[in-house]
Design a protein around this ligand. Structure first.
Ligand SMILES: Cc1cc2nc3c(=O)[nH]c(=O)nc-3n(C[C@H](O)[C@H](O)[C@H](O)COP(=O)(O)OP(=O)(O)OC[C@H]3O[C@@H](n4cnc5c(N)ncnc54)[C@H](O)[C@@H]3O)c2cc1C
Length: 487
């Protein structure tokens, strides 16, 4: 690793990767992944990428409208317009780069439907869309000599310095630092702040903590999305997602009496937006007194199901459920963050030279609830916009950072035990699907105490400590924002 780079990209999911490959060979880019590059939300994405690629029965206006309806019109309309109008070109570009989306028998892109979409406009690679995109974009990045991708390298802290930033890094047990003139935070989601989430282990909100600690604005962070249909496995933290595309292909949602119930809550039935379906499940569980819910797709042909949903069929089989014969047990869990580091249309945060893209950023496109398959699209569009804006700054002759010294003492007391578990329990109890205002207020007090303890003590800067600090910061920000919204 060199001592300084033009651009440091924190994260190698879709937003980081697509941003990185925009830079020309004269711009040095360091892209970091805190674990192996396969461990990220992008690699888990099943359903697909939404985009208006054909205009025969679809239009930009319809995609905009669906996005606004799902987001309860709390979206930033300019950001939605950018997403919807520019997204299709980015989808075409990644196809040119080798991303293979499913085609029908005529060789045309096979579009699927998901909750909240009024048209079939989601391109997908079976039910392994994110993995396909991440693999192909990583290949493209690997061919560019100006991009250095380092896995298993965790940023533990970022500080502003003259002309850029210094990032402190931890790789195994070894500490180092690197200087960069520009930083793009693309660190993904915050799911690990909950007891149950579809998010991978990397989703601890580190980028949001860095931005917050440096003084950047964080916005709408209490806008957390809960996916209605994760495979219900109470003994595991990471819940396996049963993609909305399964309901898009006709699955019914059943209660503990094996009866459909969505007509009691919304006329769009199983294909209502995620927040509506999650809420309906929680209300129905209160009505029946049971947490047992199921997806039923047994009326579809086995061959179709195993071909269209290979990853989901296999994962269910591994859990003893044959989706062509058995009901799939499901329950809502944390899935996505709509809010985050506030950015403008060029992915600029409120601090100079600091950008954010992907799930950690708040572009305003999702409003109160993200429309299915708009998130990979957001990573592409705003990842690219971040890079293009930085290229403009570099072309305009912005000064490059001068590398300086690295801190040399990361020692201190061990992280007190139990903080991470306590935070997860608080969030699960206080701020799940239907928030509990008194639990939010009580939880906030405890989380603020954890925050003071971690900020004021002198602790060893281990990976565990740094992630705990991120989780506590994110939980605190979410509960503060939620408490304010109750007032
Ligand atoms: C199970 C599942 C299914 C989904 N399905 C879909 C779908 O079908 N369609 C859709 O549009 N969206 C879907 N989503 C949402 C979408 O996948 C994510 O929002 C999107 O992939 C986020 O991309 P990202 O680049 O922002 O972050 P990620 O892909 O999560 O990447 C984050 C990167 O940041 C790195 N990182 C984090 N902290 C640090 C640190 N301190 N130091 C160094 N590196 C760090 C990680 O190692 C990782 O490389 C799904 C999400 C999940 C979890």
């Amino acid at each position: 690793m060199k001592k300084s780079y033009d651009v440091l990209i924190a994260g190698s999911g879709i937003a980081g990767l697509y941003a990185a490959i925009q830079f020309g060979c004269d711009t040095s880019v360091l892209m970091l992944a805190k674990q192996s590059r396969e461990i990220c939300s992008t690699a888990l994405a099943q359903g697909g990428v939404a985009g208006v690629l054909k205009h025969d029965d679809d239009s930009f206006d319809l995609h905009v409208k669906d996005t606004l309806v799902a987001g309860s019109y709390k979206n930033d309309i300019d950001a939605v317009e950018v997403l919807v109008h520019e997204g299709p070109e980015d989808i075409r570009k990644i196809i040119e780069m080798g991303v293979d989306f499913d085609k029908d028998e005529n060789g045309e892109l096979n579009m699927t439907l998901e909750g909240g979409h009024s048209r079939r406009r989601i391109v997908h690679h079976k039910d392994r869309t994110g993995k396909e995109i991440a693999e192909k974009l990583t290949k493209v990045a690997a061919q560019k000599s100006n991009i250095q991708l380092e896995e298993n390298t965790m940023i533990i802290n970022i500080e502003r310095v003259v002309g850029g930033f210094r990032a402190d890094l931890l790789r195994g047990e070894e500490y180092s630092c690197v200087y960069a003139s520009f930083v793009i935070l693309a660190t993904g989601g915050i799911g690990r702040v909950y007891r149950y989430t579809t998010n991978p282990a990397t989703a601890t909100g580190d980028g949001i903590r860095f931005a917050y600690e440096m003084g950047a604005k964080i916005k709408n962070i209490s806008a957390v999305q809960f996916h209605p249909t994760a495979f219900n496995s109470p003994n595991s933290r990471e819940q396996f997602l049963i993609s909305e595309a399964v309901r898009g292909e006709g699955a019914y949602l059943l209660n503990c009496d094996k009866q459909r119930f969505m007509d009691r809550y919304d006329e769009r039935l199983e294909l209502a937006p995620r927040d509506v379906v999650s809420r309906a499940i929680v209300l129905e569980s209160r009505r029946t007194g049971s947490n047992e819910f199921f997806l039923d797709i047994t009326h579809k042909d086995r061959e179709f199901l195993f071909d269209r949903f290979p990853a989901i069929s296999e994962a269910c089989l591994a859990r003893g459920v044959d989706i062509s014969k058995d009901l799939i047990p499901v329950y809502p869990c944390q899935h996505y963050l709509m809010g985050g580091i506030d950015v403008d249309l060029n992915a600029r945060t409120t601090l100079p030279r600091l950008y954010a893209a992907g799930e950690c950023a708040h572009t305003g496109v999702h409003g109160g609830n993200r429309l299915a398959s708009n998130s990979l699209l957001e990573g592409l569009v705003f990842g690219r916009r971040a890079a293009l804006d930085i290229i403009k700054c570099l072309d305009a002759g912005f000064a490059r950072v001068n590398p300086g010294p690295c801190p040399d003492d990361f020692s201190g007391a061990p992280l007190p035990t139990g903080i991470r578990t306590a935070v997860r329990e608080i969030m699960q109890r206080a701020y799940f699907v239907i928030p509990n205002p008194s639990a939010v207020r009580q939880g906030l007090k405890r989380v603020e105490e954890f925050m003071k303890r971690l900020q004021n003590g002198r602790f060893a800067q281990t990976a565990d400590f740094c992630e705990a600090k991120s989780l506590v910061t994110v939980a605190c920000l979410i509960l503060q924002d939620a408490a304010q919204n109750f007032e």
